[in-house]
Design a protein around this ligand. Structure first.
Ligand code: 2P0
Length: 331
């Protein structure tokens, strides 16, 4: 089973003729329970389910149109060299849809690319939504989530706002592996982005998770850990139990990084500044401040806290950017 087979199924009876232009927006998302490891690399099928929070108006806006000649990819007003990793990945994905023409793709992103702030997720989700608009497919959100997954796994969660669960599924064709929004709101939950470095990372998450699955002796414990954390997160979200949510999210992120440390060659996305911030958070928590963090495949931290504690958290982390609740589209 390959990507083309799936796309043929999903687009059966739909137009292969592009219209004049398509445009769409998709938010970035931060996983509270991470996606780390694939059961199928071609289709981006995950070993486990995952659960995320979308970032509202922090994300990617994409316009796409058909053009003569090769693809042109613009990011934040700058044309990317066709052999750059991002442009190559987009072109390979667009090969699945094109018929003898190029695509002109213009993306404006409000999240830094490749710094562990989920830019490929919002980028591929916005591209899929823009293609849906360009071709007039009118696909439902489940089909759009599956299409986005074929571009980048975590992109299937960026089709939605709010809390989102990506069901791992078990079918070989992945038709049961898509994201769905949770019917839950938490208006005073806050997420703060602590950007410690925006440098391009040396090892991308795709290569990092493959290496981890193949070589880490700790990876066999990961699916069980995820199952526990997902249960905790669901209960925490339902009961608005912040300590439970923070603990599950932080512990999940640290466990994911533990699988990377135990891979060979070892993988460590942390900088000294990351550890410094973690220790500060643990100290503040010991002193009674309900503050937790999560981290992705990069050195930056995402802080979790309640709005009532915002001023105290900001006083310790003045560089933090708080994602506003209206930015999250949740209240
Ligand atoms: C996540 N990450 O759940 C986890 C946490 C990174 C760490 O999803 O190969 O860029 O395109 O499916 O989606 C990053 O992985 O990987 C990711 P591909 P993707 O957010």
């Amino acid at each position: 089973m390959n990507k083309s087979d799936i796309i043929r199924q999903l687009l059966a009876g739909r137009s292969r003729e592009p219209g004049a232009q398509g445009a769409a927006y998709a938010p970035a998302n931060i996983a509270l329970c991470k996606y780390w490891g694939k059961r199928d690399e071609e289709l981006n099928l995950p070993v486990t389910s995952s659960l995320s929070l979308s970032l509202g108006s922090l994300g990617a806006h994409t316009e796409v149109s058909a053009c003569d000649g090769p693809d042109r990819v613009q990011l934040d007003g700058r044309e990317l060299p066709p052999d750059s990793p991002f442009a190559k990945r987009l072109s390979a994905y667009l090969d699945l849809f094109r018929e003898n023409h190029g695509f002109d793709v213009r993306t404006e992103s409000s999240v830094p690319v490749a710094a562990g702030l989920a830019s490929s997720a919002s980028g591929f989700a916005a591209l899929v939504l823009a293609l849906n608009d360009l071709y007039g497919w009118e696909l439902d959100r489940t089909a759009l989530s599956i299409l986005a997954r074929l571009g980048s796994g975590s992109a299937c969660r960026s089709i939605f706002q709010g809390f989102v669960e990506w069901h791992a599924g078990s079918r070989p064709d992945g038709m049961d592996s898509y994201a769905e929004p949770l019917q839950a709101e938490w208006p005073d939950l806050r997420l703060g982005l602590l950007e410690l470095s925006t440098a391009e990372k040396a090892v991308g998450s795709r290569a990092g998770m493959k290496n981890t699955v193949e070589t880490s002796a700790l990876y066999s414990a990961w699916p069980e850990k995820v199952a526990d954390d997902l249960l905790d997160l669901h209960t925490a979200i339902k009961e608005r139990d912040f300590e439970r949510l923070g603990r599950a999210a932080e512990s999940n992120a640290l466990s994911m990084h533990a699988t990377m440390f135990s891979a060979w060659p070892p993988l460590c996305y942390w900088l000294p500044e990351s550890v410094h911030a973690m220790r500060a958070i643990w100290r503040l928590r010991n002193d009674g401040l309900p503050l937790y963090f999560t981290m992705d495949a990069g050195p930056n931290l995402k802080l979790l806290f309640l709005d009532a504690d915002r001023a105290r958290v900001a006083s310790h982390f003045p560089a933090m950017r708080v994602v506003e609740s209206n930015e999250r589209g949740m209240s």
